[in-house]
Design a protein around this ligand. Structure first.
Ligand SMILES: [Zn+2]
Ligand SMILES: [Zn+2]
Length: 295
């Protein structure tokens, strides 16, 4: 029974989440209120599910001393970082678009909604791939991203453990091409819902298992655990958040069956344990002009 549940957990959460959202939206575009409510529902549901069907019994968000910090980072980026950055991106678009025009004609609005969402996810995945890879490749950016990796435990709240500056940069840059392409708001809303559910699933401690071939198609948590593993050769891989396609194309793909994980997190992590210290950490590294990269 446990095995059957583990092999169906990813699908049950995804299909259930989208079926419920579509039913509540009643063939309309989900409203901002519904998106917020469904984010809360998804988070609470997975928080419960990972207690009932944990992948690693010893791991629990209730026992992790960093959980409070994880939530604090998540709250800061959700309620301050993202809206500020998206607002600034929109303002830039409003200023630039009348001067240079947009590419609105190129977006295939006539395609079925699911095909448009898939295309948007591919495009978002491509942008996010290079954004994420840059944070691993440049030492000065790594100081910000190390906070996401400085954790030996994987559970639900790690999905929101991101430095607010990284989050703001992401939400300033990523929406711009979508605005210039004239991607319909409905497509963006459904894509956003997928990213929320996916981010929760790939970090949580819910037992999710897959046939080996699925690791070539879906953004499975096993791929993302490799991305959170030591040493650097492991965490400098599997950058894709919407699926492994861009890692396969750009040569940073590692299949879970071939790369067993021995330790998670960062060896000799320079990231301080306190919340304020974590926020200040990358700036201190920059001012000290240190090369902050560790294994
Ligand atoms: Zn990373
Ligand atoms: Zn992660």
């Amino acid at each position: 029974m446990r095995t059957v549940l583990a092999y169906s957990s990813w699908w049950l959460v995804m299909v259930g989440f989208f079926a419920l959202t579509a039913w509540l939206a009643d063939s309309e575009m989900p409203s901002p209120g519904l998106v917020f409510a469904m984010t809360v529902v998804n988070t609470f549901f997975i928080a419960g599910a990972e207690q009932l069907l944990p992948r690693v019994k010893e791991v629990s968000l209730f026992r992790d001393r960093q959980t409070v910090n994880d939530i604090a980072h998540g709250v800061l980026f959700s309620f301050a970082g993202r809206p500020l950055a998206s607002g600034a991106g929109l303002a830039l678009f409003a200023w630039v678009a009348p001067r240079v025009g947009t590419l609105e004609l190129y977006w295939p609005r006539q395609w079925p909604l699911v095909a448009q969402i898939t295309l948007a996810l591919l495009l978002w995945g491509l942008q996010n791939y290079w954004f994420h890879r840059a944070f691993h490749s440049f030492d000065r950016l790594w100081g910000f991203h190390a906070i996401h990796h400085d954790t030996p435990q994987m559970h639900l709240f790690k999905s929101g453990r991101t430095h607010v500056v990284e989050e703001m940069l992401q939400y300033f840059l990523v929406p711009l091409p979508f605005l210039f392409l004239g991607v319909p708001a409905e497509v963006l809303v459904w894509m956003g819902l997928f990213l929320i559910a996916q981010g929760n699933l790939e970090h949580c401690n819910l037992d999710q298992r897959f046939h080996w071939s699925m690791h070539y198609i879906l953004p499975t948590p096993q791929l993302h655990w490799i991305h959170h593993a030591q040493p650097r050769s492991l965490h400098d891989s599997n950058y894709g958040a919407t699926g492994p396609i861009w890692d396969l194309i750009f040569g940073t793909y590692k299949h879970p069956d071939r790369y067993p994980i021995e330790a998670m997190g960062l060896a000799d992590s320079p990231v301080p344990p306190g919340f304020v210290g974590q926020l200040a950490h990358p700036f201190k590294e920059l001012m000290a002009n240190r090369r902050p990269r560790v294994g």
